[in-house]
Ligand binder design. Sequence first.
Ligand SMILES: [Fe+2]
Ligand SMILES: [Fe+2]
Length: 215
Amino acid sequence: MSNQRHYSTADRLLLQADTALRTLLPFNGQASRMSPATLEDSAPLDAAEARHVAGLMRINHTGEVCAQALYQGQALTAKLPAIRSAMEEAAEEEIDHLAWCEQRIRELSSHTSVLNPAFYGLSFGIGALAGLVSDRVSLGFVAATEEQVVKHLDEHLSDIPATDRKSRAILEQMRKDEAAHASNALHAGGHVFPRPIKFGMTLLSKVMTKTTYRI
Ligand SMILES: [Fe+2]
Ligand SMILES: [Fe+2]
């Protein structure tokens, strides 16, 4: 017998609303793993460095908001229950990243992006649409997105001062997790996306990074 729970449409919508609020309200994401920053000591950053790192961590935080929304949207429209629960599990892991980034942003005396609700809505729609097309497209979308995230993380890791070991520890753990999400999605049967679609995704992520670095 399957241990998959059966929810009504109304239950699902309520769960979605609950997840959206937990993602968007400050200090609501409960990490299940301790932040990798806890074990590190960082030398104090000067004001300009702190502002720059906070901007980068704000981008990463919004990226996690998008990941959360994407997975929730995909879980809503996934056809196979196994895919749906894989999406829900991955979303759970992204909550750790979300909470770690938010915590670091606060330590740097800054704030998360005011644009998060808009990016949540947009990503939720894209995820739900991908799920409607097919599970293979949906998984392919996860793989392509996570590959993009890994590239961003590499750029940030080369940009963040070596003395900021706390931010670096967070991004290094995220990089490992995201790379695993990408390869899991491909192994589960995800389509490898053609170049033009990947190019479109790069443009969209440029809009996100340019805006959320500042606000
Ligand atoms: Fe993540
Ligand atoms: Fe991920």
